[in-house]
Design a protein around this ligand. Structure first.
Ligand SMILES: Cc1ncc(C[n+]2csc(CCOP(=O)(O)OP(=O)(O)O)c2C)c(N)n1
Ligand SMILES: [Mg+2]
Length: 598
């Protein structure tokens, strides 16, 4: 039997699983695996980063974009510790990744050797699979099992590798399970009587919505048709933003803290919520509403509110069933919908008016093309300039509110971010991953100044791999998102000020062209100049000195003028402060349409 080193056998398994690249930074405890990474360089790319966390986040971003296991490495001790953050991000979002962790030679384990410690405890809570290899012979099998488990349990697998096992010669006999493995292809339909009951409950309601999350992915057409027939507003979670983005009038965009005003308004006022394919809810719905939860995971059903009806089903299949049932009851175009005594038209029209008002308000602000740079104008330009298939690596901070409201993710555009674990520093690594993965898509990263400062050295990784990434840094000299939270709690600003970093100069030091812009009138030409650099196949950074005015906290916009917003208690002062006189409390719009609300 031919022989192979343990680490070459490891690489063979990765290759059979279709792994394209490995992100990380080596250490002495990882010599044997690095040797094999070198041997396999024609088949699997090694992407060296300047900080393991960046490599880890890039691996997670790659997996979020592609669905394929992302692979990161960290050497024993500190290198491993730098991977805890990316692994938690993957765990929070149910993303399959594999972390290969260095360990001292097996003969030195348990002897308090240099950088030696039991590493599994550090990863115990962050992983769905977490083992130390015990013999060289089992190394390929453990890697194979780790990848299968990462896919099945949708989360991070961690394999700790004592370095001598990587050098040891073993029989080249291991056959991976990659060829036979198939991911979720089954459908789980809802019971037909439950589908009928959903329509019954809907008919009894006055202000129904469908609130959807990522679980509806693959059923955008069904949602569109349901919107057409049932005429009900549909808000979404932040992450599901791109599923319906386009010009559907009933789509209210995201709700919660990263929200639009119409998204929050309809969520609050709804008396019936079809809660489809999500487990995500900032407290915003009325607990008096009737909830129907549809989810494949039974543990999620009823987790957020009292549920009138829980349906265990895969959501796309359920939506197809619901659509068929709705067509049968109400006709192909919903022409019999109102005949049954159900009339949601006034509610629907009030929601549409609310949305139009919101869009007009944003358009007015986006037309401010002089002076201080505002979010609305900046995103208007991004929307116009970005390719139809652009991928946006989005950081954590104010940028999420701006993206939720202002970034056009229609067409074939995508965003990738850290939505639930919400780690700052996600944007730039996501740009590395997207740039490497897609030679045919434009890549942008959108980050605040605080988040950029955490990871900026790895812009050199974009340069080394000639990735034409548009990196936008929004400098407001503040940890702005937290500043807003401190305002909400009426406390003094504490620890949120940031120095004005010259990010363009920093980028230049790392070999990347940098631009700075601080006036709205120069923004377009600066972005165009930057885009010209990316067209030469190089990354670029634009430091946009943006207004630190808070984005309107729509979640505090009261239902009626008499309600008190949290941040400024008087309604008139509130709208004046946020220049929101053009927006009405939703309760008043409902009144005008003759719709009773809570
Ligand atoms: C690693 C990490 N540390 C702290 C936080 C808490 N946090 C969330 S947003 C934010 C501020 C982000 O500041 P910046 O990047 O400058 O963006 P801005 O909100 O100012 O636009 C902080 C500190 C976090 N989410 N992740
Ligand atoms: Mg900032």
């Amino acid at each position: 039997m031919a022989k192979i080193s343990g680490s070459d056998a490891l690489m063979k398994v990765l290759h059979e699983w279709g792994i394209k690249r490995i992100y990380g930074l080596p250490g002495g405890s990882f010599d044997s695996t690095m040797n094999a990474i070198h041997n396999w360089r024609d088949k699997i790319d090694y992407i060296g980063v300047r900080h393991e966390e960046v490599g880890g986040l890039a691996a997670v971003a790659e997996a979020k974009l592609t669905g394929r296991v992302g692979v990161m490495i960290g050497s024993a001790g500190p290198g491993a510790a730098h991977l805890v953050n990316p692994l938690y991000d993957a765990k929070a979002d149910n993303i399959p990744v594999l972390a290969l962790i260095g360990q001292v030679p097996s003969s030195r384990m348990n002897t308090d050797y240099f950088q030696e410690m039991p590493e599994n405890p550090m990863f115990a809570d962050a992983s769905v699979y977490n083992r130390t290899v015990m013999t060289a012979e089992q190394l390929p099998q453990v890697i194979d099992t780790a990848i299968r488990t990462a896919y099945e349990k949708k989360g991070p697998a961690v394999v700790v590798i004592p370095k001598d096992f990587g050098w040891a010669e073993i029989e080249d006999s291991y056959k991976s399970s990659a060829q036979t493995y198939r991911t979720n292809q089954w459908e789980q339909p809802a019971r037909e009587e439950d589908v009928q009951e959903v329509l019954d409950l809907l008919e009894k309601s006055h202000r129904p919505i469908i609130y959807f999350g990522r679980g509806v992915n693959g059923a955008a057409d069904e949602l569109r048709e349901l919107g057409r027939i049932l005429k009900l507003p549909m808000p979404a979670t932040y992450l599901a933003k791109e599923i319906l983005e386009g010009d559907e009038d009933f789509y209210m965009h995201s709700t919660g803290r990263l929200a639009t005003k119409p998204g929050v308004d309809v969520a609050r006022a709804a008396d019936f919520v079809l809660f489809a394919g999500t487990n995500f809810e900032f407290p915003m719905f009325s607990q008096d509403a009737t909830f129907v939860d549809v989810n494949l995971r039974s543990s999620v059903i009823g987790a957020r509110h009292q549920t009138a009806l829980g349906i265990i089903a895969d959501v796309p299949t359920f939506l197809r069933q619901l659509l068929a049932a709705a067509k049968e009851r109400y006709g192909n175009d919903g022409e019999r919908y109102t005949e049954r005594g159900v009339d949601h038209t006034a509610w629907f029209e009030a929601a549409l008016e609310d949305k139009k008002q919101w869009e007009a308000w944003i358009a007015e602000r986006a037309a401010r093309t002089e002076g201080t740079i505002g979010f609305e104008y900046t995103y208007k330009l991004i929307n116009e300039m970005a390719a139809d298939n652009a991928v946006f690596g989005v950081d954590v901070g104010n940028v999420n509110i701006a993206v939720a409201r202002l970034l056009d993710l229609g067409k074939d555009r995508r965003q990738v971010t850290s939505p639930l674990y919400a780690t700052m520093g996600f944007g730039l690594p996501a740009g590395i991953a997207a740039g490497l993965e897609y030679s045919d898509r434009e890549v942008w990263t959108l980050s605040g100044d605080g988040a950029s400062a955490m990871v900026i050295p790895d812009i050199i990784t974009q340069a080394e791999h000639k990735l034409p990434v548009m990196n936008l840094v929004f400098t407001n000299k503040s940890l702005g998102f937290i500043e807003a939270e401190q305002d909400d709690t009426h406390q003094p600003h504490s620890g949120i000020d940031l120095s004005d970093v010259d990010f363009a100069k920093v980028a230049e030091g790392f070999g990347v062209r940098g631009f700075t812009v601080d006036k709205a009138e120069d923004l377009k030409s600066t972005l165009e100049a930057a885009q010209a650099v990316t067209r030469e196949g190089k990354p670029v950074l634009v430091d946009i000195k943006i207004s630190n005015d808070r984005l309107l906290p729509v979640e505090q916009f009261p239902h009626r003028r008499t309600g008190h917003p949290a941040v400024i208690e008087d309604f008139n002062e509130f709208v004046e402060h946020f220049e929101a006189e053009g927006l009405e409390p939703f309760g008043e719009i409902l009144d005008r349409h003759g719709v009773e609300s809570f």
